[in-house]
Design a binder for this molecule. Structure first.
Ligand SMILES: Cc1cc2nc3c(=O)[nH]c(=O)nc-3n(C[C@H](O)[C@H](O)[C@H](O)COP(=O)(O)OP(=O)(O)OC[C@H]3O[C@@H](n4cnc5c(N)ncnc54)[C@H](O)[C@@H]3O)c2cc1C
Length: 303
C-alpha cells in the first residue's frame, strides 16, 4: 500500500511527484505509454517560465523527472489498464496491481492526427497540434489549420493574429462550429476556408514543412506553406476509469479544481475539464493535487 500513487508522467504528474515527495508522501509515478508526456512530441518550449532563451522540450521533461527522482519519487513503467477508485487500486497492463491511500490522475490528453506518414515525419518540424504553443514560430508566415469545429476556428483565429495567411482545410462543405465562431473566421481577412478538401500528404525537406498536397473533390493540387496545424480533436486518456468518474461531453474528467467526486482521488492537468491546456497550467495542477493529497491524508490521519 503506497501513500500516494500518481498516474501519468507529464508536467502534471512530475510536478505532483515533486510536491508529494517533499511532503513525505513517498510518491510512486506510473508513467504510461509516453514518459515525459505530450511535450516530448515538440522541440522548443518558449513559454515555460525560467528559461530566458526557451528550453528543449525533452530536456525540460527529463529534468523535471530527475528533480522528482532526486527528491525520492519512484517510477513504474507501464500503463494503468483498469482501476477501482473506491479501493484506490490500479491494475497495470502487465497484470501487476498497486494501491494507495491517495491517488492523483494526470493522464493528459492526446491530440488526434490524420495518420499520414509525412505528418509523423514532420512532427515538430512544421506539423503541430497546438496553435497556442507553436503559433509564435509562424509570425508573418503561411499556415494551414485542419478541422472544421470550434477548436479549429479558435486555432485559426489565434494564428490569424500572427501569421500572414491562414488556410482552413475543412473536409465537409460547412463548418461544424458555433454561429459566432463561423462568423468570426469568415470575417477575418487573412483566413481562407477550403471546403470539401482533404489533406493527401504533407510536403517538406530537411528544413521542415514546405507545403501540402490537397484533394478538393478529386482535384489534387499543392499549396506552399510553412506550418500545418491539426485541430481535429483531442482524446483524453480516461478509458481505464471504466466510468467511475463523470466525464464531460468531450471526455474530460469533471472536477472542482483538482478535486474529483471521490474522496482521496485527485485530478491534474490536461485530462480534466479546464480551459487551459499548457505545461505551466498542468504543472500548477500537479502542485495543487499533491497539496490536496497531503491535506487529505493528514485529515484522515494517514500521512
Ligand atoms: C505539439 C505540442 C506542442 C506543445 N507545446 C507546448 C508549449 O510550447 N508550451 C506549453 O506550455 N505547452 C505545450 N503543449 C501542451 C502541453 O504539452 C500539455 O498541456 C501538457 O503536456 C499537459 O501535461 P499533462 O501532464 O496534463 O499531460 P501529458 O503531457 O499528456 O502527460 C500525460 C501522461 O500520462 C501518461 N498516461 C496516459 N495514459 C496512461 C495510463 N493509462 N496509465 C498510465 N499513464 C498514462 C502518459 O504516458 C503521459 O506520461 C504542447 C502540446 C503539443 C501536443
Amino acid at each position: 500500500m503506497q501513500k500516494c500513487l500518481i498516474i501519468g508522467g507529464g508536467p502534471a504528474g512530475y510536478t505532483a511527484a515533486i510536491y508529494a515527495a517533499r511532503a513525505g508522501l513517498d510518491p510512486v509515478v506510473i508513467e504510461g505509454p509516453e514518459p515525459g508526456g505530450q511535450l516530448t512530441t515538440t522541440s522548443l518550449v518558449e513559454n515555460y517560465p525560467g528559461f530566458k532563451d526557451g528550453v528543449d522540450a525533452t530536456i525540460l521533461m527529463t529534468d523535471m523527472r530527475a528533480q522528482a527522482e532526486r527528491l525520492g519519487t519512484k517510477f513504474v513503467r507501464g500503463s494503468v489498464r483498469s482501476c477501482d477508485l473506491e479501493a484506490k487500486s490500479v491494475t497495470l497492463d502487465g497484470g501487476e496491481s498497486l494501491s494507495a491511500r491517495a491517488l492523483i490522475i494526470a493522464t493528459g490528453a492526446a491530440a488526434k492526427y490524420l495518420g499520414l506518414p509525412s505528418e509523423r515525419q514532420f512532427r515538430g518540424m512544421g506539423v503541430s497540434a497546438c496553435a497556442t504553443c507553436d503559433g509564435f514560430f509562424y509570425r508573418g508566415r503561411i499556415v494551414a489549420v485542419v478541422g472544421g469545429g470550434d477548436t479549429a476556428c479558435e486555432e485559426a483565429m489565434y494564428l490569424a493574429g500572427l501569421a500572414k495567411e491562414v488556410h482552413m482545410i475543412v473536409r465537409k462543405p460547412f463548418l461544424r462550429a458555433s454561429v459566432a465562431n463561423r462568423k468570426r473566421v469568415e470575417e477575418t481577412p487573412n483566413i481562407t476556408i477550403h471546403y470539401e478538401t482533404v489533406t493527401k500528404e504533407i510536403l517538406g525537406d530537411a528544413s521542415g514543412v514546405t507545403g501540402v498536397k490537397l484533394d478538393h473533390n478529386g482535384e489534387v493540387f499543392d499549396m506552399s506553406l510553412d506550418g500545418f496545424f491539426l485541430a481535429i480533436g483531442r482524446h483524453p486518456n480516461t478509458e481505464f476509469l471504466g466510468g467511475q468518474l463523470e466525464l464531460d461531453a468531450n471526455g474530460y474528467i469533471v472536477s472542482d479544481g483538482v478535486l474529483t467526486s471521490k474522496p482521496g482521488v485527485f485530478v491534474a492537468g490536461d485530462v480534466r475539464n479546464t480551459d487551459f491546456r499548457q505545461a505551466i497550467t498542468a504543472a500548477a495542477d500537479g502542485c495543487r493535487a499533491a497539496l490536496e493529497a497531503e491535506k487529505y491524508l493528514k485529515n484522515n490521519d494517514q500521512a
